[in-house]
Design a protein around this ligand. Structure first.
Ligand SMILES: Cc1cc2nc3c(=O)[nH]c(=O)nc-3n(C[C@H](O)[C@H](O)[C@H](O)COP(=O)(O)O)c2cc1C
Length: 207
């Protein structure tokens, strides 16, 4: 969405808002700043940006200040480098080529999973007794990221979807859910089960 389109949105009824743009002259896009000024008490916001410089430094300060003035709760902030064709970079067809890349996207997804309320980030799957790892078949695209990231080989791909084959081996490390681009995986263990997992694995010397 362009900054001009974003500026026209009425966000007053949204409880959680993500505010992000490239960094231009040390701060977010001016139209995004204007949008932030229309938010109010009771709303929560997270900030993100892409930038040319290697470090984010104080680039988020101006937007954070607006949120503070408007009594909007800041949930967290994320920034990564983005393709930059300003100044001397013009001479070499731009800097930060290929950015944001896959690893930035993964970090961004982890950030979202960390800050968003639980009900927003987990798929709506009814829990079943004795079952701990769930895959939402509707949203799973069978990319296999969960299969590759699970150190216990709990999941596999069958008929183009991730399926759980060794539920009992899950250690609740959450690598599968963290890496799932679709947000299709839900892991649930009771407190008692978590303690059992911890004590079982504390005794192990290898996987
Ligand atoms: C006019 C202009 C000013 C910029 N100023 C900064 C800056 O102060 N600091 C920085 O790190 N990057 C700066 N950049 C680089 C952008 O933040 C970076 O390229 C960003 O990924 C652009 O996002 P966009 O592709 O959504 O426009 C600037 C880029 C432009 C075009």
């Amino acid at each position: 969405m362009s900054a001009e389109q974003a500026e026209k949105l009425d966000l007053s009824s949204y409880p959680v808002i993500g505010l992000g743009s490239g960094i231009y002259f040390t701060s977010h896009h001016p139209k995004l700043m204007e949008q932030a000024k229309r938010l109010g008490k009771g709303q929560q916001a997270f900030i993100f940006s892409t930038r040319g410089c290697p470090v984010v430094g104080k680039y988020h300060t101006a937007l954070k200040q607006v949120l503070t003035e408007k009594q909007v709760t800041l949930m967290g902030e994320f920034s990564c480098r983005g393709y930059d064709c300003t100044g001397p970079y013009n001479l070499v067809n731009g800097g930060n080529k290929g950015k944001p890349n896959e690893s930035d996207e993964l970090r961004a997804r982890k950030f979202i999973r960390r800050i968003l309320p639980k009900e927003v980030k987990v798929p709506d799957i009814p829990l079943e007794k004795g079952k701990h790892v769930y895959v939402d078949a509707k949203s799973c695209i069978g990319c296999g990221t969960c299969v590759c990231s699970c150190p216990m080989n709990v999941l596999t791909i069958k008929d183009g979807k991730a399926v759980v084959i060794k539920d009992e081996d899950c250690t609740h490390c959450s690598k599968c859910a963290d890496g799932c681009m679709q947000g299709s995986i839900l892991i649930h263990h009771s407190k008692k089960e978590m303690i059992q997992i911890a004590s079982k694995h504390a005794k192990r010397t290898s996987l």
